[in-house]
Design a protein around this ligand. Structure first.
Ligand code: IMP
Length: 434
């Protein structure tokens, strides 16, 4: 059962890309199974910063195959741009060799972007994600595997453009879709990616049968899950373990480990409740030191204390076999540190998340205090990680207050934290030694 899953345990932006990039050295396949270019993963390799929205983070390992899986919604123009950027940086075009797009993945068209740009309530990324999933659920979406069926079909283009225009006008959008333009776009997508489209579920199943390792890379996080998140302030896909194999086209029995990625504090972009949110200098410290600005939209992320109610919820839904904590270094200089261990809702203490976002918005965090540890420059944290690795020191290389913070979270959740990130570089990570 050599498949593993990496998932965000909060509201996304936990630093999944960095871990996937590290783990990709041990696997033959990295697979995205949901979402689209609403995701933003940053991979730092020395002085090169690589921002990815669609391409799986395993792209940095040349021997790794990359799959955009069944459950995704894909903007072909963004994908072409991302591939061109990669080609410029490295001289390689993975779409000619090791990138495979599922024939079941849905296509984001300009119409979907136009509709999404009207959102004023959720604070979406505006990339057309929700409208594309809506078409999928309404069974009127366009999938990569169906492209060849509609190319050159004038009636199809006319009918679809007509429907799109009636939706756009009902929604109050200004733009309109021309049938001829739509037909040209569909032909371009087919010309550009036709060779890259494959039955990726079968490819992955065969690879697993041959004993190859597969990594399923989640996007967003548990609290943005359409079913399990802070509805309606969520994304439009199931971001959790239950959808990882399904969205990749393989069965759940293949899964060996499920790693939850937990940022050492909490962040959120877009609208919606966040009980442990900070509006003071500690929150500003997290934003500034942690460079908490969205990879996709550049928006300032809201920051707050680590929220154990959120993590307990994410662990119940996903059954993490281990967790990786990211960005612990960012907390250096905040003293005392606080952790949210429960909420007070309408005068009552609760320890589980209410389903209603209105109720969650009324929740006051119940905080415990822990001693802080001093700030250090990035080079000091990186040296500390290297020393810990060379001498097998594990977490004992960290300041004692940082060790206590990690232990406390582990104890409260009952899940081991097997690695801790202390800087953006691939090597700025300490593995648990005991
Ligand atoms: P959508 O996914 O663009 O529809 O946006 C829905 C909500 O999910 C908004 O609050 C977005 O800010 C949030 N969101 C979507 N993708 C990400 C992500 O990768 N990280 C953090 N938030 C995200």
């Amino acid at each position: 059962m050599p498949a593993s899953i990496v998932l965000g345990a909060q509201w996304g932006d936990e630093g999944k890309g960095k871990l996937v990039d590290r783990l990709a050295g041990e696997v033959s396949w990295v697979v995205r199974f949901q979402g689209g270019n609403n995701a933003g993963h940053t991979v730092v390799l020395g002085d090169r910063v690589i921002k990815l929205h669609l391409l799986p983070s395993g792209i940095t390992r040349k021997e790794c195959n990359l799959v955009l899986g069944d459950g995704m919604v894909i903007d072909p123009w963004v994908l072409r741009q991302e591939l061109d950027n990669w080609l410029q940086q490295t001289g390689e075009d993975p779409s000619q060799s090791r990138l495979f797009i599922s024939e079941r993945a849905h296509i984001i068209l300009p119409y979907h972007r136009m509709l999404d740009s009207l959102d004023e309530k959720i604070g979406t990324t505006g990339r057309g994600i929700g409208p594309t999933y809506a078409d999928k659920i309404n069974r009127i979406g366009l999938r990569f595997g169906d492209l060849s069926e509609v190319i050159g079909d004038v009636d199809w283009a006319e009918t679809v453009a007509q429907r799109m225009n009636s939706d756009l006008s009902a929604a109050g959008a200004e733009g309109r879709i021309e049938a001829a333009q739509l037909a040209q776009e569909v032909a371009w997508i087919h010309d550009t990616f036709g060779q890259t489209v494959a039955n990726t579920g079968v490819m992955l199943d065969n690879a697993l049968k041959l004993g190859e390792n597969v990594l399923l890379e989640g996007a967003q996080g548990c609290l943005l899950d359409i079913d399990q998140g802070t509805y309606p302030f969520v994304t439009s896909s199931v971001t959790s373990r239950g959808n990882a194999t399904h969205g990749a086209g393989i069965h759940p029995g293949h899964i060996e480990q499920v790693i939850g990625i937990v940022k050492a504090y909490t962040t959120r972009v877009g609208a919606g409740p966040m009980p442990s949110e900070l509006f003071d200098s500690d929150g500003d410290h997290m934003t500034d030191v942690g460079h908490e600005f969205g990879t996709t939209t550049g928006r300032r992320r809201r920051c707050g204390w680590l929220d154990l109610v959120v993590l307990r919820h994410a662990n119940r839904v996903n059954g993490f076999t281990s967790m990786a904590m990211t960005k612990l270094d960012v907390l250096g200089g905040i003293d005392p540190l606080k952790i949210c261990v429960g909420y007070r809702l309408d005068g009552k203490e609760i320890h589980e998340m209410p389903a209603s976002s209105a109720a969650l918005a009324r929740c006051e965090p119940i905080l415990i205090e822990m001693p802080g540890f001093p700030p250090e420059p990035l080079e000091v944290w990186l040296d500390l990680a290297k020393k810990a690795d060379e001498e097998g020191l594990g977490y004992s290389a960290l300041p004692s207050a940082a060790q206590a913070y990690i232990r406390h979270v582990e104890n409260l959740l009952g899940v081991p934290i097997t690695s801790v990130g202390i800087g953006p570089d691939r090597d700025a990570t300490i593995e648990r030694a005991d």
